[in-house]
Design a protein around this ligand. Structure first.
Ligand SMILES: *[C@@H]1O[C@H](CO)[C@@H](O)[C@H](O)[C@H]1NC(C)=O
Ligand SMILES: *[C@@H]1O[C@H](CO)[C@@H](O)[C@H](O)[C@H]1NC(C)=O
Ligand SMILES: *[C@@H]1O[C@H](CO)[C@@H](O)[C@H](O)[C@H]1NC(C)=O
Ligand SMILES: *[C@@H]1O[C@H](CO)[C@@H](O)[C@H](O)[C@H]1NC(C)=O
Ligand SMILES: *[C@@H]1O[C@H](CO)[C@@H](O)[C@H](O)[C@H]1NC(C)=O
Ligand SMILES: *[C@@H]1O[C@H](CO)[C@@H](O)[C@H](O)[C@H]1NC(C)=O
Ligand SMILES: *[C@@H]1O[C@H](CO)[C@@H](O)[C@H](O)[C@H]1NC(C)=O
Ligand SMILES: *[C@@H]1O[C@H](CO)[C@@H](O)[C@H](O)[C@H]1NC(C)=O
Ligand SMILES: *[C@@H]1O[C@H](CO)[C@@H](O)[C@H](O)[C@H]1NC(C)=O
Length: 813
């Protein structure tokens, strides 16, 4: 028979919300049962439990159980279970738990709508809860979850029909696929998927792109906890719940006090394309087209006759084999270069992505390099990283907004074809009927649109960080940043043990730590002594919590308790670049390939800061000690304590307080306090030349011809003698033409970046293109800054003080 007293029933009764019921009880005890027409009411009168009928049915229900007459009883039976009895005292349903203290057992209806069975024994823990045995309704604070370890699943079940609450065909739950998703199943077959949770949103739900799912909380990817989803709004005068209806639609219902009914519903799924695998493998669904299904480019229907009848289930097949497939059949592994990728914008992320384990390099390279054609598509999301697909591509859907950029592997012969046939495609498309069913995912927008509907708990948790930074001068709202409590951090770092100290960061010491689950972290603690550090701390939180890129160090959480202000980062086992570059022994590890990879990584990270992220960020303190290296020596830019976020059209700013590090500062910044993208480009140029030469820019050059690394490079460049600049390690293996070309290119780029005038320097996007040899004829570099004068330390200070600019040195890490 199944479930009783489920939320659905309780909700059916919620319509009596806020009516006064006198002194009705909220608890059933062994001596106090309720008969039909009697009710119990939660303490504040929010929920009421009793017997009821549905529209056109003469059955009476308490829960999903039809009672044929009005003689039912809800009682705590002798064995301590909650039980429903009929007039003949026959048990129709029981909560079916083992109860050691039946006589003290009670079932209490709480104001949350949860009916909780407990005996005083187990320190208040419950024996059974209606929230853990749900029906079709999702009420505030209820939790849908999947516990793989325990094999336990709490999911919604649809009703059979509007007047039959027994289990229908649909269920809604959280699925811990490789990346967690919310799914609806129809008779256990996948029916709808939300796309993976990326830490903020489900990326396959269109409108979650424009608004956050405020009030909703999803736990995913946490080995400590089962995957789960819950919600809680802070506006208590609003009564809303969600329901999985008997047609498999997930709808929102809101109590309309004026009309005295549950009104408005916003279905999550409405359009055909939302149905999982609508167009079969390699078919693409676009609701604005007629018919909605077509084959992906380079594919044709598997069964043309079926397809033309509108039976798309068998999908499409390739018209031409991939090069890698052909190579495989021939037993040779080479020649994969002949495949390319078709870019498709605004796509729903496909079913069953594998999360790429490799963090090195581009998703594209990774996909290309996977053996035996085992990657046929990829996509990137900053919260997730690279996602790759093998085998059949299922649930390909075109969105009207949001979505990811999807790249589908095709043989280059197919990619070329498109260029000539594009016009035909476009004309066909415009012939389609344009029916954009925005309402499909309206629900998720609404969840977010309402003011004051933020999750209560979240607000409390983020109180301090948001209070102090909040919607501040730069007008950006803090994103969800997990709070890690002080206790946990203290334990992880062995009470900030000196032995765990990694070094000194911009505003305090950095420790290495290990969390309970074995995860390694780096902990930066704001020194209490430093008054100035607070600003940098807050700045770092604001800047870095908004950024995600594989070449930026990742902030995992923050802790603000009392005097303590702590940031927690991913741990970088190889510390910073300078510990390799300027160490006579460790520098031998960095051969040219590794160095070039580091240069490329830094350039991408910087490009992301300047151009690709939603904000324009100037780092202002790029240097070797602020570039951290992960396990595989991939670079990640760190320390955003001095970074500045720029508004939309702002390109340049002035500061009275010049902060940064000698030797990396551009002349206009060091002297006039003027900074822009181009001042970061300057620092990048210095860093690049340091990487190639293995020498510090600030190492003393006691020579009248040059006073700094820049001057030295310039001299060698003009003499056509660049190879004496290059670190010996880098020149191995000897006479490697490819390496030599790259090294020459890098020195050239480095010199372009350190030119005296900001306007002469390339932008980071040009730098990235030049590094990738997309641009071949470079400008001739002009003389770099700081070649004529030993302007490394004293001179700057002198000039600076003349102009009333204070110079703060944050170096020494
Ligand atoms: C509850 O049901 C049991 C039958 O299982 C019965 O013995 C008991 O008297 C009932 N209690 C009340 C208060 O009706
Ligand atoms: C009840 O039955 C009437 C007539 O059969 C029908 O028009 C109505 O839609 C039904 N109501 C519900 C809620 O099913
Ligand atoms: C209740 O106890 C019996 C006997 O000890 C056991 O077989 C059964 O699995 C238990 N049921 C639950 C739900 O724990
Ligand atoms: C549920 O699925 C079964 C089997 O596919 C079907 O016969 C039945 O009509 C479905 N019920 C509803 C309410 O859709
Ligand atoms: C569609 O085609 C498949 C075979 O590819 C078949 O099993 C299925 O019954 C067909 N569906 C309809 C509605 O004709
Ligand atoms: C191997 O490749 C050649 C040329 O690409 C092709 O003609 C031949 O059919 C292939 N053999 C097999 C078994 O696929
Ligand atoms: C998970 O990822 C692996 C590869 O890492 C892939 O083979 C598998 O199909 C994926 N499973 C699911 C359920 O997505
Ligand atoms: C990939 O190729 C290797 C050898 O070429 C083979 O051993 C392996 O089974 C293949 N894997 C798949 C998934 O085809
Ligand atoms: C709470 O919801 C009610 C009803 O929708 C609305 O009138 C009120 O403005 C909301 N309060 C806040 C603080 O948003």
């Amino acid at each position: 028979m199944g479930k009783t007293i489920s939320c659905s029933v309780l909700l059916a009764l919620v319509s009596c919300f806020l009516l006064q019921f006198g002194a009705a009880l909220d608890t059933i005890t062994p001596s106090k049962s309720i008969k039909d027409t009697e009710v119990i009411i939660s303490q504040n009168g929010v929920f009421r439990l009793g017997f009821f009928s549905l529209a056109n049915s003469s059955n009476r229900y308490v829960g999903i159980l039809p009672l044929k007459d009005s003689s039912g009883i809800l009682n705590i039976s002798d064995d301590g279970n909650l039980a429903v009895l009929n007039g003949k005292n026959e048990i129709l349903w029981s909560s079916n738990v083992n109860n050691t203290a039946p006589s003290t057992t009670t079932a209490q209806l709480r104001d949350s709508g949860n009916l909780v069975l407990s005996n005083g024994d187990d320190a208040g823990s419950s024996l059974w809860e209606s929230f853990e045995d749900p029906s079709n309704a999702f009420i505030e604070t209820m939790e849908i979850s999947t516990d793989v370890k325990k094999g336990r699943k709490v999911e919604l079940k649809s009703w059979k029909s509007i007047d039959d609450p027994s289990d229908g065909n649909f269920s809604l739950g959280i699925e811990p696929f490789n990346i967690t998703e919310l799914v609806i199943r129809n008779n256990n077959q996948l029916y709808f998927r939300s796309g993976p949770w990326n830490g903020n949103i489900f990326i396959g739900l269109i409108l979650m792109y424009t608004d956050y799912l405020d009030g909703f909380e999803v736990v995913a990817d946490n080995p400590q906890q089962p995957d789960s989803m819950t919600y809680e709004f802070s506006n208590e005068s609003m009564l809303i719940y969600y329901e999985l209806d008997s047609q498999g639609k997930f709808v929102e219902r809101e109590w309309d006090a004026g009309k005295g009914e549950w009104s408005k519903n916003y279905p999550v799924i409405q359009i055909d394309c939302d149905v999982y695998g609508k167009c079969g493998a390699f078919g693409i669904c676009d609701s604005t087209k007629e018919p909605i299904c077509s084959c992906l480019k380079g594919f044709k229907p598997r069964n043309i006759e079926e397809w033309s009848r509108g039976n798309w289930s068998s999908g499409c097949i390739r018209t031409t084999l991939l090069q890698c497939e052909r190579d495989n059949n021939n037993g040779s592994g080479a020649g994969q270069g002949d495949d390319g990728f078709l870019e498709m914008k605004m796509m729903k992320v496909l079913a069953f992505p594998a999360r790429s384990s490799i963090i090195n390099g581009d998703c594209k390279d990774q996909c290309m390099n996977m053996k035996n054609c085992s990657c046929v598509a990829y996509a990137y999301d900053s919260g997730i990283g690279c996602m790759v697909w093998s085998g059949d591509l299922i649930d390909v859907q075109k969105f009207s907004t949001g979505g990811v950029d999807l790249y589908i592997r095709l043989p280059s012969s197919e990619l070329d074809k498109g260029k000539s046939s594009k016009i035909i495609v476009i004309t066909t498309v415009t012939a389609g009927i344009v029916v954009i069913t925005i309402s499909a995912l309206f629900l998720w927008r609404r969840m977010a649109k309402h003011k004051g509907r933020n999750k209560k708990r979240k607000q409390i948790k983020h109180q301090f960080c948001s209070e102090n930074i909040g919607e501040n001068s730069i007008g950006v709202k803090l994103q969800q940043l997990p709070i890690i409590n002080f206790e946990e951090i203290a334990t992880a770092t062995n009470n900030f043990n000196h032995a765990k100290k990694l070094g000194q960061g911009g505003f305090g010491p950095v420790y290495r730590g290990t969390l309970d689950d074995g995860k390694e972290i780096a902990v930066k603690r704001l020194s209490k002594a430093s008054g100035q550090g607070l600003e940098e701390f807050m700045n770092e939180v604001v800047v870095i919590s908004k950024l995600q890129h594989r070449n930026l160090v990742r902030l995992l959480g923050c802790c603000v308790e009392g005097e303590e202000k702590i940031l927690v980062y991913e741990y970088m086992p190889n510390k910073s670049l300078d510990t390799f570059l300027f160490d006579p022994i460790k520098q031998n590890i960095l051969d040219w390939r590794k160095r070039f990879n580091i240069i490329e990584g830094i350039s991408r990270g910087l490009l992301y800061l300047h151009k690709d992220s939603r904000l324009k960020v100037i780092h202002r303190d790029l240097k070797a000690s602020n570039v951290l290296l992960d396990q595989e020596l991939n670079p990640k830019i760190a320390d955003f304590g001095m970074a500045r976020i720029f508004g939309g059209d702002e390109n340049q700013a002035n500061t009275k307080r010049v902060v940064g590090t000698y030797g990396y500062m551009s002349p206009e910044y060091a002297i006039q306090g003027q900074f822009s993208e181009k001042s970061d480009v300057f620092s990048f140029g210095v860093l690049l030349l340091e990487i190639v030469s293995g020498r510090k820019n600030t190492s003393l050059f006691n020579n009248q011809d040059y006073f700094s690394l820049l001057g030295y490079v310039w001299k060698l460049w003009n003499e056509g003698n660049i190879w004496s600049l290059v670190d010996k390690v880098v020149l191995e293996p000897k006479s490697n033409l490819k390496n030599e070309k790259e090294i020459r290119r890098c020195i050239h780029i480095g010199l372009l970046c350190v030119q005296e005038y900001a306007t002469d320097r390339p932008t980071m996007s040009t730098v990235v293109s030049m590094l990738n040899s997309e641009i071949s004829n470079f400008n001739t570099p002009k003389q770099p800054a700081f070649t004529q004068t030993p302007l490394i330390t004293h001179d700057v200070q002198n000039r600076a003080s003349v102009n009333g600019v204070t110079l703060t040195d944050f170096d020494g890490r």
